[in-house]
Every structure is written in structure tokens, then in C-alpha cells.
Design a protein around this ligand. Structure first.
Ligand code: CA
Length: 442
């Protein structure tokens, strides 16, 4: 599953013309999954695969009889309104479906006639969260993010001593996770000004985004049976874009001693598309640590992980203000970075999460934490880009931002490209901040 195979061949072409466009996120080598339905129709959400500007309806594909064996079983499971059953099937079925679809969607495939009727235009579709997310765990895997944030609170000692030993994380909230296109009211919570003793209830004044990747668990583990590092990735179904919105002022007051609560639980936004681990195989890179840093403890270390446990996924965040939208201006890019800079890998997150006996289940979501790169212009949150709100960003037409304002839309995109491999993308993850709801006064 980790190896490069015929499905990654950059020379492959599809009979779906839009998949051959140079800037398409979804060429034949990608085949990401989503849950979709046609807009404005009374019909159920179901699983589909992105190809060019189309979605191949997988339940309908199963009904054509074109797919055989494990691939047919897998496609039928994807006909459900959540991908959990397919995710739970494991790499053998994920891979069988990928190979069968790669062959059926290739130029000259016999299946073209049967599958043409299973296509729905992405432009005519809407999406749902692709799985029933039982549990959401948010990690903190960017050393650069941890250091930038730490420096604002503890200039002399930005990085706590556990950081290079423990993949830090906390248990989040799954009920408020939505899919791209999400809108939500500015959160309300307790705020306390620096020079005042009593906090007030009010709308967040320091609303931020967090550029993250979401990791969907495929096959889970039994409680009390940790997943060894050598098997960790085979439990991972795929990766999506994640914006884990954060209320920095609420967080500053509430986070001690147990960590964030209302500052993180009001909204998280996912891209609809999950790019599978197999699709990501060509873009693996070695996992290494700066010279002088401690090696991970043995349960978090392996030769395979050092050789190819990280991924070069280019990420970018853009901001579209209400003013830009009104005047037809394009969104402005705030930063770019790569997932290759993360300090802890996907495999390490899975193994550490389970080492104490915790069981993961199909559809569980792990967040990578804010993915900031080594330089400040590669930061994945406004709190870093604006140095805690002290340095406003200049936007076109004289607009400025320290934190997000009502009407702001944040757009995350991701892509992988490499010499000798196809360029694949993640689509987009867009969310828009609405005004706070009228305050409730007891
Ligand atoms: Ca987060």
C-alpha cells in the first residue's frame, strides 16, 4: 500500500477530459473520496470519487456490475451516507477499489459506456462531513507553531520540556465539525482584560483560524491493544484539510489547568475530499529531526518512518473579506507552508494515541495541530502572523487585519507535486465567520 504502483503512473490519462486539465486537483492518480448529493434534490448523501470536475457515484457504479470482487464490495459500501463501513474494511479493500477505478476511468476503458451515467458534476453537488466522526483528537505537531506561540507567553522558555518527547494532543469535540462552505456565528465566552479582575461574557475579539490537516482513521484497534509504529499507517484511511478555528482571548482565560474548552469547541471545518494514504505515496519524504534533538523513544521510531514517514504536502491559507467579496476582488494569500515541516508524523500520532490502551474507531479524526513552517511567513495562524495581534496585516484597498472580522472567509488549499509524479490536490476548505448571536443575559 505504501509502494508506488500502476495507479500512480503520471502518464495515465482518463476518458474524463477535465481530469487532464493541468490545474485540476483530481487527475486519475488522485481518486479522493467524499460524501455528496445533487444540490436542490431530495436525495441521500452517498460516497463518490473526485475525477476532474466530476464525481463518480460509487453506489451507482457498484450497481453497474463493472467492478468485480473486493472492488465491487468496497464500492457498494461507499453507497452509504457515511464512509465509516468502507474505512473499517482496511487497506486491501481501499486498494482494490483504487486499482479498479483507475483502470475503469482510463482512456480506452471498456467501462466508459457503463460509468458515464454514474457521473455528477461537482458544480451541481453539495457535500457532507465524509464520516461519522466518533472522536476528534487535536495534536500539536508543529515545533515551529509551538515555539512561536510559546515565545508570546514565555519569551525566555518558549518550548516546554515535554515537547520533543511526547506528541502533545488533547481530546476535542466532534459535534461542531462541518464541511467546507461552513458558516458559524462568532463564538461567545468569558473574556478578561489584562488589568481587570472580573471577566465578562461577550463575543470573542481575537478569532483565529488554524491551518491543519485532518487524519481519518480507517480500521480501529481493540481497547487495550496499542497499534505498533510499524502498523500505524495501515490504520489510516486518508488525509483532508482542516481549519480548527480558535478563540484566542477565550483560550487565554480558560486554558489553565486543563487546556482549551470553549475556545476550540464551537466550530471546525473540513474539506469534503479525503486523499487516501495510497494516493499520497509518491510524495513521501524522510522524517528527520534537527541535529542535537533527542531521538523519539523506541515505540515512536522505525527505519521505515525515518526513511519515508513524512509527506510533502504544500498548504496555503487565503483570506476573503466581505469587502473583497462585494467588490469582486480575489482572496488574498496569507501564508504557504508544507506538511513536511511537522515534528511528529502521522504514524507517531496513531501509535502514541493508542499506547496507553485507548481504542480508535473507523471515522475518528486526528488533527495535526497548526502547521507552521520554519519562517514566520509560513505561519498557519493569525496569532503568529500578527505577533499576537501587535502587528496588523495590510490587505488590498487599505483593509487591515489582526484577527478575523465578521464576514471574513478563510480558504485552505493543499496540493502535492513532484518531478516524475502527477500533481494532485485536496480541493478547498472554506469557512465564513458570521456576527455573534445576540447575547444571552441570565
Ligand atoms: Ca488545533
Amino acid at each position: 500500500m505504501k509502494a508506488i504502483n500502476e495507479t500512480h503512473d503520471p502518464a495515465l490519462k482518463s476518458w474524463i477530459e477535465s481530469a487532464e486539465s493541468r490545474d485540476s486537483d483530481f487527475p486519475l492518480q488522485n481518486l479522493p473520496l467524499a460524501v455528496f448529493r445533487r444540490k436542490g434534490k431530495v436525495e441521500a448523501f452517498r460516497g463518490g470519487v473526485g475525477i476532474g470536475d466530476q464525481i463518480l457515484d460509487l453506489g451507482a457504479t457498484a450497481n453497474t456490475g463493472v467492478l468485480k470482487g473486493d472492488a465491487a464490495i468496497a464500492a457498494a459500501a461507499c453507497g452509504a451516507s457515511e464512509l465509516n463501513s468502507f474505512m473499517a474494511m482496511g487497506p486491501k479493500f481501499w486498494s482494490a477499489l483504487r486499482l479498479a477505478l483507475s483502470r475503469a476511468l482510463r482512456e480506452g476503458a471498456d467501462a466508459q459506456a457503463a460509468l458515464s451515467g454514474c457521473l455528477v458534476a461537482q458544480a451541481d453537488s453539495e457535500y457532507d462531513v465524509p464520516a461519522r466522526i466518533g472522536d476528534f483528537t487535536d495534536f500539536y505537531t508543529s515545533l515551529f507553531h509551538a515555539t512561536n506561540i510559546g515565545a508570546q507567553f514565555r519569551p525566555d522558555n518558549p518550548l516546554l520540556p515535554n515537547y520533543k518527547w511526547v506528541p502533545i494532543g488533547y481530546h476535542g469535540r466532534s459535534s461542531s465539525i462541518r464541511v467546507s462552505g461552513d458558516t458559524f456565528p462568532r463564538p461567545i465566552g468569558q473574556l478578561r482584560a489584562a488589568d481587570v479582575e472580573q471577566p465578562q461574557l461577550g463575543p470573542c475579539q481575537r478569532l483565529d483560524y488554524e491551518l491543519e490537516l485532518g487524519i481519518f482513521i480507517g480500521t480501529g484497534n481493540e481497547r487495550g491493544q496499542p497499534i505498533p509504529i510499524g502498523e500505524a499507517e495501515s490504520h489510516v484511511f486518508g488525509v483532508c484539510l482542516l481549519n480548527d478555528w480558535s478563540a484566542r482571548d477565550i483560550q487565554a482565560w480558560e486554558y489553565q489547568p486543563l487546556g482549551p474548552f470553549l475556545s476550540k469547541n464551537f466550530a471546525s471545518t473540513l474539506s469534503p475530499w479525503i486523499v487516501t494514504m495510497e494516493a499520497l505515496a509518491p510524495y513521501r519524504v524522510p522524517f528527520s529531526r534537527p541535529a542535537g534533538d533527542p531521538s523519539p523513544l523506541p515505540y515512536l521510531d522505525s527505519a521505515q518512518m525515518r526513511e519515508s514517514g513524512a509527506f510533502d504536502i504544500h498548504l496555503e491559507v487565503s483570506l476573503e473579506t466581505a469587502h473583497m467579496r462585494k467588490h469582486g476582488r480575489p482572496a488574498v494569500r496569507l501564508s504557504t507552508t508544507s506538511y513536511r515541516h511537522a515534528y511528529w508524523t502521522i504514524g507517531q500520532m496513531v501509535t502514541h494515541h493508542t499506547v496507553g490502551g485507548c481504542n480508535l474507531r473507523a471515522g475518528d479524526l486526528l488533527g495535526t495541530g497548526t502547521l507552521s513552517g520554519p519562517s514566520l511567513d509560513q505561519a498557519g495562524a493569525l496569532i503568529e502572523l500578527t505577533t499576537g495581534g501587535k502587528r496588523a496585516l495590510s490587505l488590498p484597498d487599505g483593509e487591515t487585519r489582526t484577527y478575523l472580522e465578521d464576514g471574513d472567509a478563510v480558504i485552505i488549499r493543499g496540493r502535492c507535486e513532484k518531478q516524475g509524479a502527477a500533481r494532485i490536490g485536496f480541493g478547498e476548505c472554506r469557512g465564513t465567520v458570521l456576527p455573534a448571536l445576540p447575547l444571552w443575559h441570565p
